[in-house]
Design a protein around this ligand. Structure first.
Ligand code: NAD
Ligand code: DAU
Length: 356
């Protein structure tokens, strides 16, 4: 018998760990977390639940089909929520191999093993089962300033090795629904921010550099636009899609909050001016430094979220101003977490990427 357990992949990363913490706070059922623990995976994110009997962590690679097959047979989950990925665009530009391996081959392995497992379930369990493919708005490509926001029918046009690998994974997931009727639902979400985000991404990097009196690198002219969503809102949307989303469908998730990178960094600096007036360099915005642009840098993303609003009644709860304040406070209050991620491999990445 399949039971109420769900399998999460990549649950030691930024969004996955927020999702697991929120799941256990809101839902009665158990979670198995399969994570390879790459540089981006941090079991410390889940320290608060390590003695919760509903939570089990397994270190493993989604490319390893034997591991997945055994896990599915042993734990008989009723759903797979698939976060595991290489997720940083700049790393995909410097070295795409891992992105193809994990995001494409890994998703394929997971889909194949899910199909085998699902085929052996009885009819009721089969129809209850879900494979939730957690994807990104970046698969839709780049918008000009006057373009309408992406909808679920916008044609895929990925521009970076990262977004191309996520697009390939989404196409595989779609094909498994179409060909085998595996109950897949896909979500495409905009830029997340919040606690536990690895400081290679713009928002945590800006917070850490600003508080440390280091230059805050802004690519190009700083006018690229992203649609920022607080991670807790994304996690809530995923729980809703898992519970009530229609199989074979995709759902856009976004913050209705388009901002230029310069606006984002200035907002962070303004919060820090208030909370940390004694930092080494104040005003913090004087640390903003324009640096060489990301190759192929997408100019603008924006999400039309009318479908999920109408069908599932979801909308973001946080405004950017409330979410960024919570986020800045979290980084200020979690120095031990920052010390732990600020290791040799992080410093090597920063040196290679920014020559800092
Ligand atoms: P992250 O980089 O913080 O975490 C990824 C996690 O996956 C890590 O714990 C890592 O150890 C694990 N992992 C990597 N390769 C693995 C493998 N081969 N096998 C098992 N585990 C592996 O990423 P994130 O920002 O939390 O993103 C999670 C998912 O959400 C990704 O699929 C990403 O494409 C998608 N997404 C992210 C955002 C965002 O703004 N961060 C927005 C939309 C969608
Ligand atoms: O849109 C969803 C995507 O958001 C996710 O699919 C990705 O996994 C996630 O990493 C994120 O991608 P971005 O490339 O948009 O995020 P990042 O934080 O790397 O960059 C945000 C913007 O800030 C982008 O326009 C590039 C710019 N930037 C980034 C860094 C790291 C800078 O100007 N300076 C920087 O140092």
């Amino acid at each position: 018998m399949a039971n109420d357990t769900i399998l999460v992949t990549g649950g030691a990363g930024f969004i996955g760990s927020n999702f697991i913490l929120e799941w256990l706070a809101h839902e009665p059922s158990s979670i198995i977390n399969l994570d390879k623990l790459t540089y981006a995976g941090n079991p410390g994110n889940l320290a608060a639940i390590h003695s919760d009997r509903r939570y089990k962590f397994l270190q493993g690679d989604i490319c390893d089909r034997d591991v997945i097959a055994e896990l599915l047979v042993t734990y008989r989950p009723r759903a797979i929520v698939h976060f595991a990925a290489e997720s940083h665009v700049d790393r995909s530009i410097r070295g795409p191999d891992d992105f193809i391996q994990t995001n494409v081959n890994g998703t394929f392995s997971l889909l194949e093993e899910a199909r085998t497992y699902w085929s052996g379930l009885d009819d009721a369990e089969k129809s209850d089962f879900r494979f939730l493919q957690v994807s990104t708005d970046e698969v839709y490509g780049s918008l000009a300033p006057e373009d309408e926001a992406f909808t679920e029918t916008t044609r895929y046009a990925p521009n970076s090795p990262y977004s191309a690998s996520k697009a390939a994974a989404d196409h595989l997931a779609r094909a498994y629904f179409h060909t085998y009727q595996l109950p897949v639902v896909t979500t495409n979400c905009s830029n997340n921010y919040g606690p536990f985000q690895f400081p290679e991404k713009l928002i945590p990097l800006a917070i850490l550099h600003a508080t440390g009196g280091k230059a805050i690198p802004v690519y190009g002219d700083g006018q690229n636009v992203r649609d920022w969503l607080f991670v807790g809102d994304h996690c809530e949307a995923l729980r809703l899609v898992l519970a009530r989303g229609t199989t074979g469908e995709t759902y856009n998730i976004g913050g209705k909050n388009q901002m230029t990178n310069l606006e984002v960094v200035r907002a962070i600096c303004a919060v820090l001016d208030e909370l940390r007036p004694d930092d080494p360099v104040v005003p913090h915005a004087s640390l903003i430094k324009f640096v060489v642009d990301r190759p192929g840098h997408d100019r603008r993303y924006a999400m039309d979220i009318a479908k999920i609003e109408k069908e599932l009644g979801w909308r973001p709860r946080e405004t950017f101003s409330s979410g960024i304040r919570k986020t800045v406070r979290w980084y200020l209050e979690n120095q031990a977490w920052i010390q732990a991620v600020n290791n040799g491999s992080y410093r090597q990445w920063m040196a290679a990427q920014y020559s800092m």
